[in-house]
Design a protein around this ligand. Structure first.
Ligand SMILES: Cc1cc2nc3c(=O)[nH]c(=O)nc-3n(C[C@H](O)[C@H](O)[C@H](O)COP(=O)(O)OP(=O)(O)OC[C@H]3O[C@@H](n4cnc5c(N)ncnc54)[C@H](O)[C@@H]3O)c2cc1C
Length: 405
């Protein structure tokens, strides 16, 4: 290799997954040279800084999946991290509220899922629900007390400080534009310079597929951006609910449904919905990228997703355009919220990996080359699960590194 500075590990992506990985990696490999690259001017600029801030308990996930395992572990580890570093959080608990008979039946199945995932949960009848949440309408609910709220940007910043204090290096405003893997290592070409690393870890969120393709890794998915649009409730409603209020999800739909989320700053958000985004990292409603749009339009998996989810997709678009439709979703369980109670709040964009046959990948997904590992799908609850994911990647990367050197 011709470059002066050769790193043992370079990590691409300064969201919570990349930063958590960097921290675990340096803790376990204190003598190694480790560099973290982020293209934006600060960490947590994309999904990590645009989410609901929920520390999930792991109610919904397929028992035995990485998601279920990482989420259960992640809740404990996130809270331990907050306690150690004085980061505010609150375990306010979550209520999954059934508003009709069909949802009541689904609720029973969801309760079985809680048991299968070893999550402490209890069923509440209508009276009990009314007693603890007088402003919520429902005919039954599941209460999960361990669910919490936090600011994931704060956690990511604290992790980056820890990483630096242990000798890790990072470069902001440093976009990886090309990669070249050879027998000795990987050349990492950024917007500013060329770097070299013996091993590369990519946690590039909405750009995961593009970064993997820079190494010609054969992947059978594409990232499709799904906007998650929110409103905030007017401040006079900040005490409307004590818990996070979620609908009982329709098992045929890929996302959880609009919920009321207490935020750690004391406000309450409503959302997110799920609508197709026309720009991967564009948060404004009318943001559009020709490259991003052409890319999903030329992907056959996109048409399968449209075919499979046409009805729900159109419904989501309608509610995105007409606030009144969005409101109706919330009024199912919180009828006193009125149209003018919903004030604008920034959207988030989910990096959703979609397979060529149109399957939305629900679990975490990784791809590897000899000298690299790529996080290809890290959907919610990846913020909750970032510490266990970081440990998982560190184990894989450290093993691969040893076998190569
Ligand atoms: C609307 C919404 C609500 C959510 N709510 C929750 C929740 O309540 N609880 C929960 O646990 N999870 C939630 N999630 C999921 C969670 O936010 C994400 O799963 C998690 O933040 C993913 O982290 P990440 O580090 O993989 O990605 P990101 O945070 O997107 O970070 C990826 C980083 O890689 C950088 N990058 C990309 N390409 C390059 C390049 N070429 N060179 C250098 N850097 C690059 C990007 O700039 C970015 O900073 C939510 C997500 C959304 C969108």
């Amino acid at each position: 290799m011709t470059n002066k500075k050769i790193y043992d590990f370079i990590i691409v992506g300064g969201g919570i997954v990349g930063v958590s990985t960097a921290l675990t990696l340096i803790k376990q490999n204190p003598s190694k040279k480790i560099l973290l690259l982020e293209k934006e001017k600060s960490f947590a600029h994309h999904q990590t800084g645009h989410n609901s801030g929920v520390i999930h308990a792991g109610v919904y996930y397929e028992p035995g999946s990485l998601k279920a395992e990482f989420c259960r572990e992640g809740l404990k580890e996130t809270i331990a991290f907050c306690n150690t570093h004085g980061i505010p959080y609150e375990q306010c608990g979550k209520l999954l509220v059934a508003t009709n008979d069909i949802e009541l039946q689904r609720m029973d199945k969801l309760f079985d899922r809680c048991k299968a995932n070893n999550i402490e949960a209890e069923i509440l009848n209508q009276e009990k629900l009314h007693e603890i949440e007088p402003n919520v309408f429902g005919i039954g609910a599941i209460l999960v007390k361990s669910t919490g709220i936090v600011d994931y940007t704060l956690i990511t910043q604290k992790m980056s400080e820890q990483f630096e204090s242990l000798g890790g290096e990072f470069l902001l405003n440093s976009k990886v534009t090309n990669l070249d893997e050879n027998k000795e290592g990987i050349q990492v070409i950024t917007s500013n310079e060329t770097l070299s690393s013996k091993y590369l870890i990519c946690c590039a969120g909405l750009m995961a597929d593009r970064v993997a393709k820079l190494l010609n890794i054969k992947i059978n998915f594409q990232i499709i951006p799904f906007r998650g649009e929110y409103f905030r409730l007017k401040e006079k409603h900040n005490s409307l609910v004590k818990h996070l209020i979620y609908p009982i999800p329709d098992p045929d739909l890929p996302f959880l449904g609009v919920h009321l989320t207490k935020m750690i700053d004391g406000t309450i958000t409503v959302g997110p919905n799920a609508v197709l985004g026309f720009k991967r990292e564009g948060y404004g409603m009318f943001n559009f990228s020709l490259r991003d749009t052409i890319q999903f339009l030329s992907f056959k998996g996109f048409y399968q997703v449209v075919k499979k989810n046409l009805k729900s997709g159109l419904y989501e678009i309608k509610n995105s355009i007409f606030k009144r439709g969005y409101l109706k979703e919330v009024q199912k369980y919180s009828p006193q919220i009125k149209l003018n109670d919903l004030v604008p709040y920034p959207a988030g964009i989910r990096a959703q990996a979609v397979l060529e046959d149109g399957t939305l990948v629900h679990d975490f997904l990784f791809a590897e080359s000899e000298r690299s590992i790529h996080v290809c799908n890290a959907p919610s609850p990846a913020a909750t699960s970032a510490i266990p994911i970081g440990k998982y990647i560190t184990e894989k990367a450290s093993k691969a590194y040893k076998s190569l050197t």
